[in-house]
Design a protein around this ligand. Structure first.
Ligand code: NAP
Ligand code: F7E
Length: 325
């Protein structure tokens, strides 16, 4: 019998890449969507799997809808990617961030515990949980958490609840502690896509400037298509566990800006970039760099797309969207 997967966050960035991977592996893929008047399938269209996903309706904040779905589908695996995932917005909308990112996970884990206890559960945890903490300049599975935003705090709850249901009830739960991962279908509010979209528009004469916040922040940026493989691999192991997933390299936002402008032949990028305090955060995470040794050793996983290739891929896709070469 073929495996079934329920993927939440199916219309976001990671959902489509994961759905494609699972479909290629022969899964029946159910995608959880909220109710919309006008759903936006553009990310699934980009990846080319819109017609192969079976859509089911529900909301992370609505316990009964989650319970019903798990009971009805009895999925082999649940990949919980749904979240209010924009860190900046979590400062202004802390409650909804908590309801989706923390209580949504409680709803799923209870649904699995009571109605489908052999279902394996992947929780989209994040390097934002580390916040200010590091171990000699990097973060791994043993680095303590010190989140710096309501988003980070909400994800720490979800992380520990997933661990707790594993330890208390023997559920197969895994936390993928993923560092920033990007792609041509990354939301335009996130800094990488904001930059590549802005650079494409400047190159084509459609914009004159790019307004950004803190250029000194360092992130470990990889390609989303590589990272969904790690999610899948975690649930194929004999035993559940938690894994740090990243490239092991960090770059500043400034490096990203410079690389993006360079990829379209613009070297004097400072002419176009305006620092705007509205894009700064009440508390910042200054530097994140993964040490993904456990993932390499146990999952045999490593990132394939380099920083330069990622920047170029994203800029090219945005240029194409605006009709450029
Ligand atoms: P994303 O593009 O923001 O997608 C999140 C998805 O969650 C969206 O499709 C959204 O639906 C859905 N969602 C939000 N609230 C919901 C609700 N109440 N009920 C049902 N669905 C809801 O995020 P992503 O970049 O793909 O990331 C996937 C997951 O990994 C997230 O949990 C994120 O926090 C986590 N993560 C991401 C990164 C990264 O760098 N991308 C790193 C570490 C962890 P709508 O389409 O309706 O808005
Ligand atoms: O910011 C700085 C900003 O919003 C990255 C989410 O997927 O990854 C993501 O969270 C850095 C920050 O991502 C602008 O201050 C400067 O230091 O792209 P971002 P994030 O906050 O790192 C983690 C792992 C997740 O889990 C999250 O879900 O860039 N920055 N200027 C800016 N950021 C934005 N968005 N916009 C700016 O204009």
């Amino acid at each position: 019998m073929s495996k079934t997967a329920l993927v939440t966050g199916i219309l976001g960035q990671d959902g489509p890449y994961l759905a494609k991977l699972l479909l290629e592996k022969g899964y029946k893929v159910y995608g959880l969507m909220r109710r919309y008047s006008n759903p936006n399938y553009s990310n699934l269209d980009y990846v080319g799997v819109t017609n192969e996903v079976d859509f089911v309706e529900g909301d992370m904040t609505d316990e009964a809808s989650i319970l019903n779905l798990v009971r009805m589908l009895q999925p082999t695996e649940v990949y919980n990617l749904a979240a209010q995932s924009f860190v900046k917005a979590s400062f202004e909308q802390a409650k909804v961030t908590t309801e989706v990112n923390s209580l949504g996970v409680l709803h799923f884990l209870n649904a699995i515990k009571f109605s489908s206890p052999t279902t394996k559960f992947y929780q989209a945890s994040t390097s934002e949980m580390f916040g200010l903490q590091h171990t000699n300049g990097y973060q791994d599975e043993n680095t303590p958490f010190h989140p710096r935003s309501p988003y980070g705090v909400s994800k720490v709850y979800a992380y520990w609840l997933s661990v707790n249901y594993r330890e208390s009830y023997g559920l197969f739960t895994c936390n993928g502690i993923l560092f920033n991962h990007e792609s041509p279908i990354r939301g335009k509010q996130f800094v990488t896509r904001k930059i590549t979209d802005g650079v494409a528009r400047i190159k084509l004469g459609l914009a004159k400037e790019l307004r950004l916040g803190n250029l000194d922040a360092k992130r470990d940026w990889g390609f989303a298509g590589d990272y969904v493989e790690a999610m899948y691999l975690m649930l194929q192991q004999d035993r559940p566990g938690d894994y740090v997933i990243g490239t092991g390299e960090d770059h500043t936002v400034r490096d990203f800006v410079e690389a993006a402008f360079k990829s379209v032949g613009i070297s004097d990028w400072k002419k176009y970039v305006v620092i705007d305090p509205q894009y700064k955060r009440p508390a910042e995470v200054p530097a994140l760099k993964a040490k993904p040794d456990k993932a390499k050793r146990v999952l045999n996983w490593k990132t394939k797309v380099s920083f330069e290739e990622l920047v170029e891929m994203m800029v090219k896709a945005d240029l194409k969207r605006y009709g450029g070469k």
